[in-house]
Design a protein around this ligand. Structure first.
Ligand SMILES: Cc1cc2nc3c(=O)[nH]c(=O)nc-3n(C[C@H](O)[C@H](O)[C@H](O)COP(=O)(O)O)c2cc1C
Length: 177
């Protein structure tokens, strides 16, 4: 039987909400800010918004360290993670990691040319963004960034997040005749 929840139950049943929304497969990014106390956070809420002007967004929970770091810095970087970078995603999602530069100890990165935001080596793409607008998103803030620089890196596959787990893409099916 299908699990069903009416409009009024939906908000109350966070477990059902999580499981239903977790069926939307996403890529995985690491959002970073530079400066004296650099910071990084794994995020799958990253979305492209507009080509002209070029805008992207990321939703950050109010309680995340990234929330105040991003507001204070006003610029951020985004690294789109490749298939082999699941450990990187886990590192920057862990509440146990140290803060500041030490959280990057086990990761290869370089500072973005325009913002100083750490960009993760081996990622599929690197973006540098200026904070354009921010919007109330309930327990998250929706940060919209204007693109300052874009670099496409490797051509390899992405790591995917689906139903609360990291996944790998399946090889392409043979073309149908
Ligand atoms: C795959 C994945 C995606 C995530 N996406 C987001 C996200 O988009 N926004 C968010 O606020 N937290 C997201 N998180 C949770 C944060 O990465 C996690 O809470 C992190 O510890 C916050 O770091 P900070 O408080 O040190 O900034 C995600 C976690 C995982 C594993």
């Amino acid at each position: 039987m299908k699990e069903h929840s009416g409009p009024s139950d939906a908000a109350a049943d966070t477990d059902l909400l999580r499981r239903a929304l977790g069926t939307f497969a996403t890529g995985v990014t690491v959002v970073t800010v530079g400066g004296e106390t650099p910071h990084a956070m794994t995020a799958n809420s990253f979305t492209s918004v507009s080509l002209d002007p070029p805008l992207v967004l990321v939703c950050v929970e109010h309680s995340a360290v990234m929330h105040s770091s991003l507001l204070a810095r006003g610029t951020f970087g985004v690294s789109v993670l490749a298939a082999h970078q699941e450990p990187v995603a886990r590192q920057f999602a862990s509440r146990l990691r140290p803060l500041g530069l030490a959280q990057f100890d086990a990761v290869d990165w370089r500072p973005g040319r325009l913002t100083g935001a750490p960009l993760i080596e081996g990622a599929l793409a690197h973006l540098e963004c200026g904070l354009w607008r921010s919007y109330d998103g309930g327990d998250h803030t929706i940060f919209v960034g204007t693109l300052l620089s874009v670099e496409k890196q490797a051509d390899s596959d992405a790591v995917v997040f689906f139903r609360g787990r990291f996944r790998q893409l399946s090889p392409d099916l043979p073309a149908q005749r």
